[in-house]
Design a protein around this ligand. Structure first.
Ligand SMILES: N[C@@H](CCC(=O)N[C@@H](CS)C(=O)NCC(=O)O)C(=O)O
Length: 218
């Protein structure tokens, strides 16, 4: 009984490895080298039709061997498989799913686009960088407002936090070179609490160390 994790050292991949560490399921790591285009290999497309990491294959799914792609879907799948980090019903479940969808639709794409243009492209268009940085600031504003009211996004620590954490942690310092952040005391408290979790520390090291944006490398 084993889960295969197809991943690479990116904030999207780390959501899945953090979750596997949190729920303590045994898993093996299959590194998909995005630099070599392995995400477009026909065998991988059968598991992840959108040719992106992360994806998992659970050889002990309810219907037998079960592939799951999209980091948000992986978080929900593993939470439901183990009964951990997502309530079975009620307001707490609804809150967790709302904030998880917010993380998937807003945080990942918003911070991901900013990072790829501002931190990784050779000659970024300053007007585009400004527009993308404004969206990152807006996301931090939403997050800070929520975390000023509750300890974690859905009250207790849940998959919603894992869904947002990796990208927010990744961009927390680099963004300050491009934009003035609003107050982030509650966000920093939340980041520190999550970063202190042993499962998070282990998950962040899968498959190797995290990719640092060039501007954050020392
Ligand atoms: N919505 C997807 C996004 C996944 C994603 O963008 N993965 C990137 C790495 S961070 C990837 O595999 N890129 C490879 C490619 O686009 O060819 C998720 O949350 O799983």
């Amino acid at each position: 009984m084993m889960i295969e994790l197809f991943t690479y050292e990116t904030p999207n991949g780390q959501k899945a490895s953090i979750m596997l560490e949190e729920v303590e399921l045994p898993y093996v790591v299959r590194t998909v080298d995005l630099m070599k285009g392995e995400q477009r290999a026909p065998d991988f497309l059968r598991i992840s039709p959108n040719n992106k990491v992360p994806a998992i294959v659970d050889d002990d799914g309810v219907d037998g061997r079960t592939p799951v792609f999209e980091s948000g879907a992986i978080l929900v799948y593993l939470a439901e498989k183990t009964g951990k980090l997502l309530q079975a019903g009620g307001r707490a479940r609804s809150d967790a799913l709302q904030w998880l969808f917010w993380a998937m639709a807003g945080v990942g794409p918003g911070i991901g686009r900013f990072a790829s243009v501002a931190l990784f492209s050779k000659d970024p268009d300053p007007a585009l960088v400004k527009t993308l940085a404004e969206e990152v600031v807006r996301l931090f504003t939403v997050l800070e407002r929520r975390l000023s009211e509750v300890e974690y996004l859905a009250g207790d620590y849940s998959i919603a936090d894992i869904g947002a954490f990796t990208w927010v942690a990744y961009i927390r310092q680099p963004i300050t070179k491009y934009a003035t952040l609003p107050p982030v005391a509650a966000t920093d408290r939340w980041l520190a609490a999550i970063a202190a979790r042993p499962a998070v520390q282990k998950g962040l090291r899968v498959p190797k160390s995290a990719v640092r944006p060039p501007s954050a490398r020392t």
